[in-house]
Design a protein around this ligand. Structure first.
Ligand code: AKG
Length: 228
């Protein structure tokens, strides 16, 4: 009897191992496909931003080239129901330090952006992606594009899911606004930096919020004596 039982158990664990393996493998393949599509979309958006900034002549493909070996981040957020939603946030107010954010949210709602001195909710839509400018692109556009302050509220009725792709350059890539843009503006607003330095700053020195880029710039200029 005992042997039969063990035999059955072994078969069952094999079944779980195999089904889990295929489940995880299919998840990996889905995520891979998702990341490739988001990476392509992010690069297309960089091209559009370049055109909008008028630097697509002499500096054609400037931004795309900075991100040709991007090491981006994907985050799946799960916000459980909360009995006291007035006392907390899913995510507190912050600007993304990254370059561009492409976000898909389910239909529950909760994402809010700070516009015209008011928090406004970003209405979920089944077929829509939310695109955010991050602090790194603020610097790369010499301050022309501002990163967007946002937060996530929670509710007592339903959990919420979001899937977020953050475009990031390789850690040691030197980041600076195109020279053409700086010359047009007559002033370079931010010192050169690498994404590795900025990431480290947000993890060790200052948690991401609306002042991160400003404080990082100050920190760079004082700690490294760089010129803006
Ligand atoms: O879940 C959301 O809608 C936003 C998430 C977010 O701001 C973040 O992950 O940094």
């Amino acid at each position: 009897m005992r042997f039969v039982y063990i035999f059955k158990f072994t078969n069952l664990s094999k079944f779980f191992f195999v089904s889990n393996f295929y489940f995880h493998l299919s998840m990996v393949l889905i995520f891979q496909k998702f990341c490739r599509s988001m990476n392509k979309l992010a690069h297309d958006l960089l091209d559009l931003l370049e055109i909008s900034l008028g630097v697509d002549g002499h500096n054609h493909n400037y931004y795309r080239k900075l991100y040709d070996d991007a090491v981006s981040i994907v985050r799946c957020n799960h916000y459980p129901q909360c009995n006291k939603p007035d006392l907390t946030f899913g995510v507190g107010p912050h600007c993304d330090p990254t370059t561009l954010t492409i976000l898909y949210q389910d239909l529950v709602g909760g994402l809010e952006v700070f516009v015209d001195n008011k928090w406004k909710s970003v209405q979920p839509h089944r077929d829509a992606l939310v695109i955010n400018i991050g602090d790194t692109f603020t610097a790369l556009s010499n301050g022309k594009y501002k990163s967007c302050l946002h937060r996530v509220s929670v509710n007592s009725l339903s959990p919420r899911l979001s899937l977020v792709f953050f475009l990031c350059p390789k850690g040691d890539r030197e980041l600076k606004a195109p020279q053409e843009l700086v010359e047009k503006d007559g002033k370079k607003e931010y010192p050169d930096f690498t994404w590795g330095e900025f990431l480290q700053f947000t993890q060790k020195n200052h948690r991401a919020d609306e002042n991160t880029l400003q404080l990082f710039t100050k920190w760079l200029l004082t700690s490294k004596n760089r010129n803006a």
